[in-house]
Design a protein around this ligand. Structure first.
Ligand code: NAP
Ligand code: ZN
Ligand code: ZN
Length: 347
C-alpha cells in the first residue's frame, strides 16, 4: 500500500483540504502513475457537494489525470516506465456484459467503476486525481501523444472525450449545423472539436462576454441566450445541439432551435431534471438524447485526433492551495476555460 499526498473534501460544505490517500499494491495488470496535472471538472464539484447524491467523506476527486508511468505490474504489456499517460472518468468495468464486449465499457450494464466516489473491485471507494500518484489497470490507461503538453492533455480526458463522443456519434461534420450551449470546460472543447470535424458551429452562451474567444475557437456565430431574440432568430436551424450547461435550461426554447430530425444531446448533468414538454419534440420530429463520457478506444482516438489537428484546451494552471477558489470561479462561470492543478505543488 502506498500512502500519497492528496486534496480531499471532508463534507459537502467545507473547503477541500490537504490529506493523504492510499493506493493499492500493484497488481499484475496495474500501472503506477506519477500524476503531473489534474483538471477540475464541474462534475468534481457536483460530486463533493453531494448534488448527485450522498457520498462518503473524505473524498478525493479529479478524473482528468495525466502523468508518467513509474512502475508496471509483471503482466503489463501496453506501457513501460516513463510512458506519458492519461486516466479519465473510469478505471474499470465488468468486461463481460453486452456493452463491454462491444467496446462501450462506459455504458457497462453493471456500471463502470468511476475514477472517484465509486466502489472498486476490492470494496474500497475509488479516490481521484487530485493526488500525486494513482494505480490503474492498464486497460483503462490512455497514451498521451507527445504533441500535447501535459497540462493541456489533462482536460481532454473528460471535457475532450465527453464532447468528442456525441459529436462523432451524431456525425458532426461538413454540411452540419451544430450549436454548443454553455462555453465552459466542456463547451469550449465542443466548439474546437466540432469545428475541426468540419461542422458549422454556433455558440450559445449566457452573454456575449466570451464572443471573441468563441469565434477564435472555431465558432462561426455567437449568440446570447439571455436575449429572447436569439431563440426567434435561430428557430429550426440546427442538426445537433450539444448542451453542456451544469444547470437546467429552458428545454422548449432550446429544442425549438432544431431543424427536421435534429437532436439535442445533453452532456451537462444538473442535479435537477430537465423538463421536456413532448410538444417541443413533435415539431420537426426532434430528439432529445444524453451521452456519457466515451469508451477507452474512443478516448485514444480523440487524443490522437487532437494531436493531429493541433487542438488543445485553454487552461489556467493553479497550485494545490487554489482549488477552493477555482471551484468558486467555475460556479460563477469565471473559468477560461479549464483549471488544471499542478500536482507538483502537492509533493
Ligand atoms: P463549466 O466549466 O462550469 O461549464 C458550464 C457552462 O455552462 C458555464 O461556463 C456557462 O457557460 C454555462 N452555465 C452555467 N450555469 C448556467 C446557468 N445557470 N444557465 C445557463 N448557462 C449556465 O462545467 P463543465 O466542467 O464544462 O461541465 C458542464 C456539465 O457537464 C456539468 O454538469 C458536468 O457535471 C457535466 N459533465 C457531464 C459529463 C458526461 O459524461 N455527460 C462529463 C463531464 C461533465 P456560459 O458562461 O457560456 O453561459
Ligand atoms: Zn468530468
Ligand atoms: Zn460491463
Amino acid at each position: 500500500m502506498l500512502k500519497v499526498n492528496a486534496i480531499a473534501a471532508t463534507s459537502a460544505t467545507d473547503p477541500l483540504v490537504r490529506t493523504t490517500v492510499e493506493r493499492r499494491d500493484l497488481g499484475p495488470r496495474d500501472v503506477l502513475i506519477e500524476i503531473r496535472y489534474a483538471g477540475i471538472c464541474h462534475s468534481d464539484i457536483h460530486t463533493v457537494r453531494g448534488e448527485w447524491g450522498e457520498i462518503a467523506y473524505p473524498q478525493t476527486v479529479g478524473h482528468e489525470i495525466v502523468g508518467r508511468v513509474i512502475e508496471v505490474g509483471n503482466e503489463v504489456t501496453r506501457f513501460e516506465n516513463g510512458a506519458r499517460v492519461g486516466v479519465g472518468c473510469m478505471v474499470n468495468s465488468c468486461r463481460e456484459c453486452e456493452n463491454c464486449r462491444a467496446g462501450h465499457e462506459q455504458y457497462c450494464t453493471a456500471g463502470n467503476t468511476g475514477t472517484y466516489a465509486s466502489v472498486d473491485r476490492d470494496g474500497t471507494i475509488t479516490q481521484g486525481g487530485y493526488s500525486t500518484h494513482i494505480v490503474v489497470d492498464e486497460d483503462f490507461v490512455l497514451r498521451v501523444p507527445e504533441a500535447i503538453p501535459y497540462e493541456k492533455a489533462a482536460p481532454l480526458l473528460c471535457a475532450g472525450i465527453t464532447t468528442y463522443s456525441p459529436l462523432a456519434h451524431w456525425n458532426a461534420g461538413p454540411g452540419k449545423k451544430v450549436a454548443v450551449v454553455g462555453m465552459g470546460g466542456l463547451g469550449h472543447m465542443a466548439v474546437k472539436i466540432a469545428a475541426a470535424m468540419g461542422a458549422e458551429v454556433t455558440v450559445l452562451s449566457q452573454t456575449l462576454s466570451k464572443k471573441d474567444d468563441g469565434l477564435a475557437f472555431g465558432g462561426g456565430d455567437y449568440y446570447a441566450t439571455s436575449d429572447a431574440a436569439t431563440f426567434e432568430a435561430l428557430k429550426n436551424t440546427f442538426d445537433l445541439i450539444i448542451n453542456t450547461v451544469s444547470a437546467p435550461i429552458d428545454m422548449t426554447a432550446h429544442l425549438g432551435l432544431l431543424r427536421l430530425d435534429g437532436t439535442l444531446v445533453s452532456v451537462g448533468a444538473p442535479p435537477q431534471p430537465l423538463e421536456v414538454p413532448v410538444w417541443a419534440l413533435f415539431g420537426n420530429r426532434r430528439s432529445f438524447a444524453g451521452s456519457g463520457i466515451g469508451s477507452i478506444a474512443e478516448t485514444q482516438e480523440m487524443l490522437d485526433f487532437c494531436a493531429e489537428r493541433g487542438i488543445a484546451p485553454e487552461v489556467e494552471v493553479i497550485g494545490a492551495d487554489q482549488v477552493n477558489e477555482a471551484y468558486e470561479r467555475v460556479l460563477s462561470s469565471d473559468v477560461r476555460y479549464r483549471f488544471v492543478i499542478d500536482v507538483d505543488t502537492l509533493r
